[in-house]
Design a protein around this ligand. Structure first.
Ligand SMILES: C[S@@+](CC[C@H](N)C(=O)[O-])C[C@H]1O[C@@H](n2cnc3c(N)ncnc32)[C@H](O)[C@@H]1O
Length: 263
């Protein structure tokens, strides 16, 4: 009993000191801002909330009966999606059978590899990554925590040399300046997981919509409710741009998705 009280008091003091720091100076760091969102939300701050859905309500699981999902490299690293998120992305690929897929933010290519393995033999994937030499010359602001994922010797190491590589085209560039026009109106699924800044997520989301064939298909975002910039941008798109009004947050994950005119 006494031990329980001591533990609580110690945690209470730690949290109180952390709050003083958060509101005095911590908010200056992007990585702490999501906490302010969460605290204000917890105490009823009126705000837009993207509806949360069960993945089974948007993924046609009946298409999977004879076609099991395969998860390659299930143990990820910092910067990757979680194992559950990877499984759900693979479910989308298996169940919706997109033929043309575009990924923004390759990193080590773990998700690219999985999308390649779970898609049809004739499916193709294009994935774009920012070369480390462009780290300090992006058109839009990035957030400091993005730097660790950009600053790496090479992109796509998970699929390099593997059978799945033949389905994948690696592109390099800054999503704010890259000429995406050759890919406009051709993609069935777009996965957005590049820079996490508010400005980039707005930019990448609007490009993703242009990439979809006849504006129909699926857009998946990673890191909703995990990164402040991603969260703010998606809430804004959801509440102000009619083409994004059907964005949904997938329960138990940091994935958000927009399914437009599928099936
Ligand atoms: C979080 S990692 C992507 C993780 C990967 N999608 C996965 O599922 O494992 C973010 C990637 O986006 C890239 N990136 C960041 N800013 C970018 C930009 N402006 N244009 C293109 N790629 C960018 C980084 O180089 C990094 O490889």
């Amino acid at each position: 009993m006494l031990k329980g009280i001591t533990n609580f008091v110690s945690r209470y003091l730690y949290a109180a000191m952390s709050c003083i720091y958060l509101f005095a100076a911590g908010f200056l760091f992007v990585r702490n801002r999501l906490l302010i969102y969460k605290i204000s939300s917890h105490f009823g701050y009126p705000e837009v909330n993207i509806p949360v859905v069960d993945p089974a309500s948007i993924i046609p699981l009946k298409n999977l009966e004879d076609s099991p999902v395969q998860v390659l490299e299930p143990i990820g690293r910092d910067g990757n999606v979680s194992a559950v998120e990877l499984f759900i992305i693979n479910l989308f690929i298996k169940a919706m059978n997109p033929v043309k897929i575009f990924e923004m933010g390759t990193f080590d290519g773990r998700t690219t590899l999985n999308m390649a393995r779970n898609s049809a033999d004739h499916a193709r994937i294009w994935t774009i990554d920012l070369p480390r030499e462009r780290l300090d010359s992006t058109k839009l602001p990035i957030v400091p925590l993005d730097r660790q994922f950009i600053d790496k010797p090479s992109s796509g190491t998970c699929f390099a040399g593997r059978e799945e590589e033949k389905k994948i085209t690696q592109l390099y560039g800054d999503t704010a300046t890259y000429d995406f026009s050759p890919f406009f109106s051709s993609m069935d699924l777009v996965f957005i997981d590049a820079s996490h800044s508010y400005e980039y997520v707005l930019n990448d989301s609007r490009i993703a919509l242009k990439l979809l064939k006849d504006k129909k298909g699926v857009i998946i975002w990673h890191d909703y409710m995990m990164w402040e910039g991603v969260t703010r941008a998606l809430k804004e798109l959801y509440s102000t741009e009619p083409e994004f009004k059907d964005i949904r947050h997938i329960e138990g994950t940091s994935l958000a998705c927009l399914v437009r005119g599928w099936g």
